[in-house]
Design a protein around this ligand. Structure first.
Ligand code: SF4
Ligand code: SF4
Length: 652
């Protein structure tokens, strides 16, 4: 049996300065009430937000206030610190070029390409770790994982041209894993899964020269281009941004999604619960936060171990309760029905329940300040990725080869922390909300009887006007969850089906939109369809890498109709995005032909040329563009008008 790595404390455990707490806690009660209402749209988050202000526990909203006002040049994308001749800022009329001679348009374009490349790298590196695990499983170096969906393994292998004839599962896993890993540095100048896109969409990519060639190659080239003295033309720079993003959507992210299904099961509709109310005061509570399901799936197994359960009881708990957060939470919710404590801005609030024994994280979207929050309670923050060792956390080096032993050690540490809980600080005054999740492409097709025809017929008849992928994060520039929930409600009312991922999907879950009963909020056409199929009008399609499922769904519809994705009555939206990953997602949606509305302005307003390229110029190249509209009701108008235009063009 493999040995668990030993935990290491990264730096000192922080001790939140009493003065900090006093400073925040001295707030006038009326201001607390006002801020509680301003900060979130989620009713069940409000008691926790109020508590943080009463007790002086710093949150993302406090830090956002402390950062105001932001530098207006940075906010417009007009600052550059890329090399040691800078930093430079463009301040007309005199400071109109950086030291190297780059003007505002170039600086804005380079900064945006940097964001796209960062996001694409994050998703794709996650995908690589999943593919490495499949390969290790096939080669016999990894033994803690199993193939949960052998049918999908063989289907994918066939897609990769692997002859699966007489080969056993492990041989197929090794060959498929190797083929997928080769896509990161392929010499073929093409990505296998991009072949799923309709021919007309691939033709657009070919004509523009943006068909993704290799996953690592596009990211590395992007980083090369942002080196001083390389990129000089803003349009040329951003066209490569589209190519880089396509290598994420149709490459790294799609690999992550597909192989996660092979290893952990392809999601099917299931029921669960969401919001901070999923914390159970009588149990040992462990939150799983981050993105990659490799660790969290193992923790699910370890927590089910009778020895761990017995240990929890020995310490006075009634059992072990796992809850998810952010995209790790989405992966667990989709496949295992593990309850979800919330989205990005719930990560600090869940600690303030006083009943969280451990917050286990891997990477992405994890506030580096979490150990400070946890220091106000007994909660252990446990980091696990060598890429994300968080000062003040306890670090376990997670490797697929020792996955189960590590997971058990982590669960044990959480269970042994239960007696340290201060009972008088336990605070869970809210009830969780029911959700139905698990709408993978396969599950949607299955619900339609195995073919896309019923959905196409419903769209053609106008019963469903079209579909929108609503994705992305929380951002303190938008009231928490307001953008997601308002937009989703408005669209379903107009008979537009919403398919959602990431923190947008969780926001809808907390607002009750992921229940079949939410059909009553939809227009007459969509509500009738939902009632007859017993599904919600907002379909949860998974985590952020699972935006690849939305691309796949769009590709299936395009292929069924033999048209490019840009001709379909589809749109995308990211009402509360914050992350570089969201920029990559938005870029691959648009590059794939999906009109996409952002609720938060990217840092591009310093360059009218870049704004015009993204909102107008791209239409001539990829038949899609971005729009920015902070008001979700106006965003719904834009989306509905776009869908109606596409319907007219299709003659339906
Ligand atoms: S790359 Fe140019 S604009 Fe950027 S910091 Fe260096 S000199 Fe300034
Ligand atoms: S939606 Fe945004 S905040 Fe949420 S997990 Fe994904 S990238 Fe992070």
């Amino acid at each position: 049996m493999s040995e668990a790595p030993k935990p290491v404390l990264i730096g000192e455990k922080p001790d939140v300065c009493e003065l900090d707490r006093a400073r925040l806690a001295l707030m006038n009660p009326q201001i607390i009430e006002q801020k509680r209402e301003e900060r979130t749209f989620e009713e069940t988050a409000k008691p926790f937000i109020e508590l943080t202000m009463r007790e002086g526990i710093e949150t993302v909203w406090d830090r956002f206030e402390m950062q105001q006002p932001p530098c207006k040049f940075c906010a417009q994308g007009l600052s550059c610190a890329r090399c040691a001749m800078g930093p430079c800022k463009i301040i007309p009329p005199n400071r109109i070029r950086g030291v190297c001679g780059a003007d505002g348009d170039l600086i804005v374009a380079r900064n945006l390409l940097d964001m796209i490349a960062t996001g694409a790298a994050a998703h794709s590196d996650h995908g690589r770790e999943i593919a490495l695990t499949l390969y290790g499983l096939g080669m016999g170096t990894v033994s803690d994982y199993v193939i949960s969906d052998p049918g999908k393994l063989r289907r994918l292998a066939a897609e990769y041209g692997i002859d699966t004839g007489k080969k056993d599962e492990k041989e197929v896993a090794a060959e498929l894993g190797r083929s997928m890993l080769e896509e990161f540095g392929t010499l073929t100048d093409s990505l296998r899964l991009a072949g799923r896109a309709p021919a007309a969409t691939r033709e657009v990519w070919k004509n523009l020269g943006i068909a993704p060639r290799g996953i690592d190659r596009e990211v590395v080239e992007a980083m090369h281009r942002v080196q001083m003295g390389v990129a000089a033309d803003p349009t040329n720079t951003l066209v490569h941004g589209l190519r880089t993003s396509l290598s994420d959507g149709w490459g790294g992210s799609m690999i992550a999604t597909e192989i996660s299904d092979v290893l952990f099961g392809t999601p099917k509709p299931n029921e669960s619960l969401v919001n901070v109310g999923v914390i159970k005061p009588a149990m040992v509570n462990i939150a799983l936060h981050g993105h990659n399901p490799l660790l969290s799936e193992m923790i699910v197994r370890a927590a089910a171990d009778p020895a761990m359960r017995a240990l929890a009881e020995k310490h006075g708990a009634t059992g072990i309760n796992l809850v998810g957060l952010c995209c790790t939470g989405n992966e667990l919710l989709m496949r295992k029905g593990i309850p979800n404590a919330g989205n990005h801005f719930n990560q600090e609030l869940v600690i303030t329940t006083g009943a969280l024994e451990a917050m286990v994280v891997d990477y992405q979207c994890i506030f580096p300040s979490l150990p400070r929050t946890a220091s106000c309670y007994h909660t252990h923050v446990i980091s696990t990725s060598p890429k994300s060792k968080i000062p003040g956390s306890t670090y376990f080096a997670f490797e697929p080869e020792t996955a189960y032993a590590t997971a058990k050690a982590i669960v044990r540490m959480a269970v042994e922390n239960f007696p340290n809980r201060k009972k008088d600080r336990v605070f869970v005054p809210v009830e969780p909300v029911k959700v139905m999740t698990g709408f993978s492409v396969e599950a949607i097709q299955g619900a339609l009887g195995g073919t896309w025809k019923p959905l196409i017929d419903l769209i053609a008849a106008g019963t469903i006007r079209g579909a929108v992928g609503i994705v992305g994060c929380n951002n303190p520039k938008v009231k928490h969850d307001f953008g997601h929930v308002t937009l989703s409600k408005e669209l379903i009312k107009r008979d537009i089906l919403c398919v959602e991922t990431g923190c947008a999907a969780i926001a809808s879950g907390k607002a009750g939109l992921l229940q079949p009963s939410a059909a009553s909020l939809a227009g007459p056409g969509l509500s009738g369809v939902c009632r007859s199929l017993g599904i919600p009008p907002v379909l949860h399609m998974g985590s952020c890498v699972d935006n690849a499922r939305i691309l796949h769904l769009a590709a299936e519809l395009g292929n069924a109709l033999n048209v490019g994705i840009h001709r379909l009555p589809l749109a995308g939206a990211a009402p509360e995005w914050y992350s570089q990953k969201a920029v990559s997602i938005g870029a691959y949606f648009v590059a794939s032909g999906v009109y996409t509305v952002l609720g938060v302005m990217p840092k591009i307003t310093g360059s009218p040329a870049v704004v015009s390229l993204l909102t107008e110029g791209l239409k001539g190249a990829v038949h899609a563009s971005f729009a920015v509209e902070p008001d979700p009701l106006k965003a719904a108008d834009l989306i509905a008008a776009h869908i109606e235009r596409k319907r007219t063009e299709l003659g339906i």
